[in-house]
Design a protein around this ligand. Structure first.
Ligand SMILES: *Cc1c(COP(=O)(O)O)cnc(C)c1O
Length: 421
């Protein structure tokens, strides 16, 4: 459930009319709902109630400072994958002891910043990383708290670009090597083992792969404890999918996911960390856009809109579906017609949807791409010298611009001309 509904024939974000935001900010823009962000976080809280746990929002889904602060205020931890995200989390007011650092390619500089600034744990993904982290920690006279990310070799049954838990993926260490790597870790003076970590992919619509992975982690935890390691935290990653297509069934709910965690890992007495990104932010955001032209081709009509693949890359990168809704509610019984919804960029890949059924639309009409709150603005670029799309946060009847649209001047002045030109 989200908070983008029609009221008296107009699309609202909570108590704010989308058309009012468009009139103030211009199109295109992203808009996020505070109530939806908070609700999704609370669903995970309820799902894990009674188990010691920390929900570490995966910032890569949407790292706007206002979004991070909204969740941080509720007590959320953060899962970061770069020092940039780490510094943003800190700037949003999240203390280091609630931040976990994931990612396959952490550099020594990134490790140093996080160790000096305070960090809950590093999720280490390889032996070379373990040794690098040890060296940094020793040089600072500290011990780095770590989990080791294991790759359980399970098929997450999701898009190949976002599956991470098979042995051919670059993530984690093979679970069969885990005991040896933990033994290495335990002998390093700058390392303190605090737990284990797994993350098998994103947009999972089936709980079975989670259950398979977590059962393997449970078995590993018992072995590691028998080997003398203090496994007190289990970081289970993120990955729970969201309903991008309202008409096409619903993925499992956080409550059902929580039940899987209890069933597979609940008796180990570990603190559970989860790292949801998409489920918290995805359906909490829209990308609002205006129709520039309706162009009739030989066998189809194109809706040419003012947002493009540089603003929301998911359709062209993953072939993903986003529901598209008109900002003015279509009259009941109106006949829908098929449109190819495309952006202005000079690539055929700049297509949001083909033969999408929509009410008749004309130049100037507003549409909204749903489920655009995660992996939307964060993946945007200025390709075709299109300034980044602004972001707006709604709370009740208020809205605030949480990232302004850069002016053309700002965009141009970011480049510099070397002295020989
Ligand atoms: C991407 C990622 C997440 C978040 O995944 P979602 O599908 O957005 O929930 C969590 N943890 C790690 C390590 C990730 O790489």
């Amino acid at each position: 459930m989200d908070h983008f509904l029609y009221r008296d024939g107009a699309l609202f974000a909570e108590d704010v009319a989308i058309a009012d935001i468009a009139a103030t900010v211009g199109t295109p823009f992203y808009v996020y709902s505070t109530a939806t962000l908070e609700r999704h976080y609370q669903l995970f809280q309820q799902a894990l109630e009674g188990l010691p746990h920390l929900i570490c929002y995966a910032m890569k889904a949407n790292s706007n400072l206002a979004v991070v602060r909204t969740l941080g205020r509720l007590g959320a931890g953060m899962d970061v994958v770069s020092v940039g995200e780490y510094l943003k989390a800190r700037a949003a007011g999240v203390p280091g002891e609630r931040i976990v650092f994931s990612g396959v390619g952490k550099t020594a500089d990134e490790m140093r910043v996080a160790l000096e600034g305070g960090i809950r744990q590093f999720n280490v993904e390889s032996e070379p990383e373990l040794h690098a982290l040890n060296a940094v920690a020793v040089s600072l006279g500290k011990r780095a708290p770590i989990t080791i990310r294991v790759n359980p070799d399970v098929d997450a049954k999701t898009h190949e670009k976002i599956a991470t838990g098979k042995k051919e993926n670059k993530f984690g260490i093979p679970i069969s090597r885990a005991r040896a790597v933990y033994a290495t870790a335990a002998a390093l003076p700058g390392i303190e083992v605090v737990g284990a970590d797994v993350h098998i992919g994103s947009q999972l619509t089936d709980l079975e792969p989670f259950a398979q992975a977590y059962l393997k982690v449970a078995e590993l935890t018992r072995q590691l404890r028998a080997d003398g390691h203090d496994i007190r935290r289990l970081d289970l990653g993120g990955g729970l999918g969201i309903p991008y297509e309202r008409t096409n069934g619903a993925p499992p709910l956080p409550m059902d996911y929580g039940a899987v965690i209890r069933r597979t890992l609940g008796d180990l007495g570990c603190e559970i960390e989860i790292e949801p990104g998409r489920l918290i932010a995805g359906n909490a955001g829209l990308l609002v856009s205006a129709v520039i032209y309706v162009k009739s081709g030989e066998d189809r009509d194109f809706l040419i809109v003012d947002s493009a693949m540089n603003d929301l890359v998911r359709p062209s990168m993953y072939g993903s579906h986003h529901d598209i809704v008109p900002v003015v509610e279509p009259a009941a019984g109106i006949e829908l017609r098929p449109y190819d919804v495309v952006g202005p960029i000079c690539e055929s890949g700049d297509t949001f949807a083909k033969q999408r059924l929509l009410p008749p639309l004309g130049a100037g009409d507003l549409i909204a791409f749903r489920s655009a709150g995660a992996y939307g603005a964060v993946m945007a670029s200025e390709y075709n010298s299109r300034p980044l799309v602004p972001e707006v946060l709604v709370r009740g009847d208020q809205f605030g611009v949480i990232r302004p649209r850069p002016s053309y001047e700002e965009m141009i002045n970011r480049d510099s001309i070397p002295q020989w030109l």
